[in-house]
Design a protein around this ligand. Structure first.
Ligand code: FMN
Length: 169
């Protein structure tokens, strides 16, 4: 198959796959490295490389789930609190083989939107790399990630744009 046909097939196959459809098979460290290696091939203005990724696996991932559940309990007004939503947060993170925090680092050298765009292109590369490697994935962008303090420590010029869930399918 020529390059154009392979690319078209991967683009057509790319889709968001949610944790309930992941198997329990682990994702190897090598595969995560490979996927992040493809992420950073994305174009970026003035070569600011504005993406920062933090990979959560094992205990760190369990702690992330616990922290986000605790934040949900704190920030959600009692009248809007849903036990199902609380449980679902834990289920999704624990079911994923890995969760990657998507962070933009604003350099100040180019407009902020350009750096968010570059990070988004890196995430598209991750989606495509996952598709080509039989990994299910999706970008989740809940506002709650702005409250992370323990699992994710950010500098003043950085912002978390969400979580990238991954799991073998
Ligand atoms: C910037 C961005 C943020 C997203 N945030 C969420 C999210 O918070 N929750 C969710 O279920 N899907 C989220 N998605 C995934 C989209 O819902 C998904 O891409 C869309 O439904 C199309 O499905 P597809 O990816 O299978 O083509 C996000 C996608 C993008 C690009």
């Amino acid at each position: 198959m020529n390059h154009a046909a392979v690319l078209k097939e991967v683009l057509e196959k790319r889709k968001s796959t949610f944790p309930k459809d992941y198997t329990d098979a682990p994702i190897s460290d090598e595969l995560i490295e490979e996927i992040l290696g493809m992420a950073v091939l994305a174009p970026n203005h003035k070569r600011t490389k504005p993406w920062r990724f933090k990979v959560f696996q094992g205990q760190d991932k369990a702690a992330l789930a616990t922290e986000i559940q605790a934040i949900y309990k704190t920030v959600q007004p009692p009248a809007l609190y849903l036990e199902k939503k609380y449980q679902d947060i834990g289920f999704k993170i624990n079911k994923a083989g890995a969760v990657i925090a998507i962070v933009v680092n604003f350099s100040g050298l180019v407009p902020e939107w350009e750096e968010i765009a570059a990070v988004s292109m890196a995430v598209q590369n991750m989606y495509l790399a996952c598709t080509a490697n039989g990994v299910g994935c999706y970008w989740s962008s809940p506002k709650i990630v702005e409250h992370l303090k323990e699992s994710l420590i950010l500098d003043g010029n950085q912002r978390c744009l969400g979580l990238f869930y991954m799991g073998m399918v």
